[in-house]
Design a protein around this ligand. Structure first.
Ligand SMILES: CSC[C@H]1O[C@H](OP(=O)(O)O)[C@H](O)[C@@H]1O
Ligand SMILES: Nc1ncnc2[nH]cnc12
Length: 289
């Protein structure tokens, strides 16, 4: 029998969540440097939640400045079993209008200026990321979103760009030709790192704009903020509905063992300094009796 501890990463416009019993901000040190902020912990409907504002309170940190490794490590260290990421996204499709929530299930990673792995020289690992999203978590989040009154699209491919500028019209049109449905700046390497940390990950995307592909308009921050104001409370209600509907027992997920067979470096060739940094991420695989 296992208990859920749900990590929620709040994106633009979401710097706290509602309904937490006994809320406490706790600072967590990580060997990867500082996370975006302290973690807000507490319970909703009896379920343990750990909330991290992705850009920090006050939206201090730009997408390329985020310390994704520290964020995921801090959530792992805080005991999270699953991660629900909430993100503002642009739409590349007419049928995914602003105001809709999209449960993203695939990514095209076009980011280039970010640390993308906990592993490296001294401890090499290759996890599978073919299916980067946990279908169980994503399905439960979709149901919660509907229960909270949101219009939900289940499934969609997200182009993840470096930013911070939005796309040119030519880029936006190209991403549509590639078959992408939505666009954002933060889901990668977040999703990859969660898989390395053996944390099932789901992405609830709030569509805020039509990016830059339409003749008649193109995204700017005022559009994004207007949509976030209109939908931010809904996102908070979705988290509460999600907590209320969680089964009381967490059955194991295949993602809980994503590192099995993934580590290539022989025990004798592993770098003790890197192993020390990996203490939280690899605790299950290396500390087995
Ligand atoms: C304010 S628009 C661009 C900004 O919003 C999204 O952030 P998040 O994914 O954290 O909600 C997008 O990825 C950009 O960082
Ligand atoms: N059009 C867009 N491009 C990238 N990230 C976004 N976040 C919200 N809208 C976006």
């Amino acid at each position: 029998m296992s208990e859920w501890t749900i990590g929620v990463i709040g994106g633009s416009g979401l710097y706290e969540i509602d309904g937490l019993e006994n809320p406490q901000w706790i600072a967590v040190d990580t060997p990867w440097g500082p996370a975006s902020d302290a973690l807000l912990t507490g319970r909703i409907a009896g379920v343990k939640f750990v909330f991290l504002p992705r850009h920090g309170r006050g939206h201090r940190i730009a997408p390329s400045g985020l310390n994704f490794r520290a964020n995921v490590d801090a959530l792992k260290r805080a005991g999270c079993t699953d991660i629900l990421s909430i993100s503002a996204i642009g739409s590349l499709q007419d049928h995914m209008p602003p105001g809709m929530f999209v449960m993203v299930d695939q990514f095209v990673d076009r980011t280039f200026a970010r640390e993308k792995s906990f592993f490296g020289t001294g401890c090499v690992a290759h996890v599978s990321i073919a299916y980067p999203v946990c279908p169980r978590l994503s399905g439960m989040a979709a149901a919660a979103a509907r229960a909270a009154g949101a219009q939900v699209h289940e499934g969609g491919t997200q182009l993840v760009m470096e930013g911070p500028q939005f796309s040119t019209r030519a880029e936006s049109l190209l991403y549509r030709q590639w078959g992408c449905d939505v666009i954002g700046m933060t889901a990668m390497p977040e999703a990859k790192l969660c898989r390395e940390a053996e944390l099932p990950y789901a992405l609830l995307g709030m569509v805020t704009d039509y990016d830059s592909w339409r003749d008649e308009d193109h995204v700017d921050v005022s559009q994004v903020i207007a949509q976030l104001k209109a939908n931010g409370d809904k996102a908070k209600r979705i988290v509460v509905a999600f907590a209320k509907a969680l089964p009381s027992v967490r059955d194991p997920s295949p993602i809980d063992t994503a590192l099995d067979g993934a580590i290539m470096t022989a025990p004798s060739a592993r770098d003790p300094a890197l192993l020390a940094r990996l203490d939280a991420i690899t605790a299950r695989v290396f500390d087995r009796p």
